[in-house]
Design a protein around this ligand. Structure first.
Ligand SMILES: Cc1ncc(COP(=O)(O)O)c(C=O)c1O
Length: 433
């Protein structure tokens, strides 16, 4: 992991100046040696760069690196984690398909499923991923994809991906796993049954809160040729592009991602800029180190906060009584990321007092930064959801999400004590009012 994180996709020997790190190719278009070359690229008979909306050499290095880190066959880098999910699900299920979705998803994904994907005629059944029977019963003849998070945001719930995938695969349905919180340093979904992995690279892969980016990886399990009528858009000649995308599998690539890039990345224009790709590549170089330290510190802080006055619950897989504790032990030997949440007594008033009293933790709606961050999901990341949707993913009025950074753990703990004292005071005032 550490070696691939530094070397995969780039060799200084291939650069004309011997640049040790991949340069930022910030060109909108690429000069061609002849008319015939450009024509061949547009006809998809020849690989290569033509116009940067379809990709650029810096982004290509990132795609190769994440493919190696996830042990996949191909990847596409896009403008954000949100566009990674959007494009993956559109490529599989639009128009008119059906998606089985975990109830434990990032708020933005739930909103997309509920609203924009529904506009494209894609219906969705939302299921508790810990209820395997409900998961099984949710599949219909029209189901084209299932989606789960390997570590859910913000409650850090884990899923039994082997079991969920087996159910989906028995119906020839590919499983998309949002592995943003885990990153390949903690978990490789392809080894547990995932067909497609999506990342908000904005988070741990970047690691320093500088850049928005998304990635889609094909793990090499999904083959639409097994069910050609269901995946006609991949298995028959495409009128617009003049190719059969499934032919990519013969070349060891991904028909699904070739289709997603040609159609959705091009049409939606959600290309990742070269400068952003370079920021993510730099972040990945230290991914393994950062994520292991952060995960270990988060587990210690979660245990220390558990049972403190004013804390009704700590949502972290290692807290006694969590139904996914066995999954943490079985599948996450290096930890479960720096994200977890607290349930404060006193609801939103206590949560607000807690956040406002912190001096080291910053109030911000990001995770996976080098800086420790805190937010109140019910009024921010999950504010457009219904009460029932919030409840289903474990977000209540007193929930605060913590994203542990790289600071000294004792300093973080001392600041949390300050926040808890303020939260207790606010809860008392509210109770007396
Ligand atoms: C689990 C998860 N997936 C996807 C996203 C969306 O990513 P981005 O903000 O890069 O679009 C987020 C953002 O917070 C997230 O936490």
């Amino acid at each position: 992991m550490s070696t691939a994180g530094i070397h995969a996709g780039w060799s200084a020997a291939t650069d004309c100046h011997g640049a040790l790190t991949p340069p930022v190719y910030s060109a909108s278009a690429y000069a061609q040696t002849s008319h015939a070359t450009l024509k061949a690229r547009f006809e998809r008979r020849e690989q290569g760069f033509a116009y940067a909306r379809s990709g650029n050499p810096t982004t290509a290095v990132l795609e190769e690196r994440i493919t190696a880190l996830e042990g996949g066959t191909a990847a596409i880098a896009v403008a954000s984690g949100q566009s990674a999910t959007t494009i993956a699900l559109c490529a599989l299920a639009a128009p008119g398909g059906h998606v089985v979705a975990s109830s434990l998803l990032y708020g933005g994904t739930t909103e997309f499923l509920d609203d924009t994907l529904a506009d494209l005629g894609v219906t969705c059944t939302v299921v508790d991923p810990w209820d395997l029977r409900a998961w099984e019963e949710a599949f219909t003849a029209d189901t084209r994809a299932a989606i789960v998070e390997s570590i859910a945001n913000p409650g850090a719930q884990l899923v039994d991906l082997e079991a969920l995938s087996a159910i989906a695969h028995a119906r020839d349905v590919p499983v998309v796993v949002d592995s943003t919180l885990a990153s390949p340093a903690l978990y490789r979904p392809g080894e547990h049954g995932a067909d497609v992995v999506v990342h908000s690279a904005t988070k741990y892969l970047c690691g320093h809160g500088t850049t928005i980016a998304g990635l889609i990886v094909d793990t090499g399990r999904f083959d639409p040729r097994r069910c050609p009528e269901r995946w006609e858009r991949l298995t028959t000649p495409n009128r617009r592009f003049g190719v059969t995308f499934a032919d990519e599998y013969e070349r060891g690539g991904s028909g699904l991602l070739a289709y997603a890039r040609a159609k959705y990345v091009t049409d939606f224009g959600t290309t990742l800029p070269a400068a952003s790709a370079q920021q993510i590549l730099v972040g990945i170089e230290t991914l393994d180190l950062r994520v292991r330290k952060i995960s270990a510190d988060a587990a210690v802080l979660a245990a220390e906060l558990h049972g403190l006055p004013g804390v009704a619950a700590v949502h972290h897989p290692t807290i006694p009584g969590r139904p996914d504790a066995h999954l943490a032990a079985r599948d996450f030997p290096h930890g479960t990321s720096g994200v977890f949440s607290l349930e404060l007594e006193g609801g939103e008033g206590a949560a607000a007092a807690f956040c406002d009293a912190l001096t080291l933790w910053t109030i911000a709606v990001n995770i996976g930064d080098a800086r420790s961050l805190v937010c109140h999901p019910a009024t921010t990341t999950h504010c457009h959801l219904t009460d029932a949707q919030r409840e289903a993913c474990g977000v209540g009025p007193g929930t605060v999400r913590l994203s542990v950074g790289l600071e000294d753990r004792a300093d973080l703990r001392a600041d949390l004590e300050r926040g808890l004292a303020a939260a207790r005071e606010a809860a008392e005032v509210l109770a007396a009012a």
